[in-house]
Design a protein around this ligand. Structure first.
Ligand SMILES: O=C(O)[C@H](O)[C@H](O)[C@@H](O)CO
Ligand SMILES: [Mg+2]
Length: 389
């Protein structure tokens, strides 16, 4: 089997977008003095779809969400020529070729995001060619079903957050993640606002339900050190990305303080995760398959993390993450974004693709007989998107 064509499209969302409320989620831009659209760096309303065709008529589908127009250029100009004419089953070599030929500029960020999209499409192709779901090629079924945590609870008025948390309990979720709205700029009053919300959620969900806490890199190391003892009594399952992704030593200090620290959704490749693990910087790894280097890189990180006995819970829902979770004992649970109107853009993949499983009572399942990732592009309902070909 030979690859004949690589097609990339960026889908730009023009449909209805819900404007986020003030203080809905801290982020790395909070440290800047400028006012204005502090959330700009963190809203992504476009998605890259990468389709790889073969000489026997199969099409593998990959995707990526970080800076999709740049990732498209990287694929069109640099990666497509490297894979056309090749056999998708040589995926490990193709990964290495894409990595080594772009390494001068592509090791982390957009370059690796582009490789991820191609790699995911190769795995989808291999599944389709063998008639097997991708998880069966990665190790097979390790769970009857995948437990998923509801991931939304952006910071809001307390009653609104409590009602949202209650709705997840009512739907059968036993784990959920909330976002903090206040950080170092907001002083002790902001600290109190953060704590009040954790306390209010615990009132609703009790302590038999796992609660995860998300900072999205919006805190400083000093602020995180002050917050951890205040948060510990509420028994969070983890505190996520408290500081910027490059401050690995900061992560390591915080991870020794009593609340498990999670991170890695902005880290790349086996080498990045080796550093995090060597430093004891995280207690939970959260690579995102469509950034980290695709399924090929993710599976290597899974093996490494297993040796350190650090669990992996990939960032985001999405099929590529679910297949990896299904195939690895050391991936205990998955993230799930409850479908809702488009806010920051996490939700867009529900509009671009069909095939994502619906949770039932806090679990999702993958079919044993659906080849590839089990996704198709929602071609007939892309009306709310501008397509850049
Ligand atoms: O962990 C997450 O789900 C991410 O950090 C979100 O994608 C991000 O958008 C913050 O809510
Ligand atoms: Mg996160």
């Amino acid at each position: 089997m030979k690859i004949t064509k690589v097609r990339t499209r960026v889908l730009q969302w023009n449909g209805k977008t819900v404007p986020p409320q003030a203080n809905f989620c801290t982020n790395a831009s909070d440290a800047l003095y400028e006012r204005g659209d502090a959330m700009g760096s963190f809203r992504f309303h476009e998605w890259l779809v990468c389709e790889i065709e073969t000489d026997d008529g199969l099409v593998g589908i990959g995707n990526a969400a970080l800076a999709p127009q740049l990732a498209k250029q990287a694929i069109d100009l640099y990666l497509a020529p490297l894979v056309i004419g090749e056999d998708p089953f040589d995926y490990a070599y193709l990964w290495e070729k894409m990595y080594r030929r772009t390494l001068a500029w592509g090791r982390k960020g957009v370059g690796m995001t582009a490789i991820s999209a191609v790699d995911i499409a190769l795995w989808d192709l291999m599944g389709k060619a063998t008639g097997k779901p991708v998880f069966k090629l990665l190790g097979g079924r390790t769970k009857e079903r995948i437990p998923v945590y509801a991931s939304k609870l952006y910071s809001d008025r307390i009653e609104v957050m409590q009602a949202e948390a209650q709705s997840y309990v009512d739907q059968g979720f036993s784990m959920m993640k909330m976002r903090f709205g206040w950080g170092p700029k907001d002083g002790p009053a902001g600290m109190r606002e953060n704590i009040k919300r954790v306390e209010a959620l615990r009132e609703v969900i009790g302590y038999d339900c796992d609660l995860m806490l998300e900072c999205y890199m919006g805190w400083s190391l000093e602020y995180a050190k002050r917050m951890i003892p205040r948060l510990a009594p509420y028994d969070p399952r983890w505190l996520e990305e408290p500081v910027i992704a490059d401050d690995m030593h900061g992560y390591a200090e915080l991870n020794a303080m009593g609340i498990p620290i999670s991170g890695g959704e902005h880290e790349y490749t086996l080498f990045g995760f080796r550093q995090l693990l060597d430093l004891g910087a995280v207690s939970v790894i959260q690579y995102d398959t469509n950034r980290v280097g695709g399924i090929t890189a993710a599976q290597k990180i899974n093996a490494l993390a297993e040796a350190y006995q650090v669990p992996v819970v990939p960032h985001a829902g999405q099929m590529h993450n679910y297949h990896l979770t299904m195939a690895n004992v050391n991936c205990p649970i998955s993230e799930f974004f409850p479908v809702h109107d488009v806010e920051i853009g996490n939700e867009l993949f529900y509009y671009v693709f069909r095939g994502d499983p619906e949770p039932e009572n806090g679990f999702i399942d993958l079919a044993d007989d659906k080849p590839g990732l089990g996704l198709e592009i929602a071609e007939d309902s892309l009306g709310d998107f501008t397509v850049i070909e």
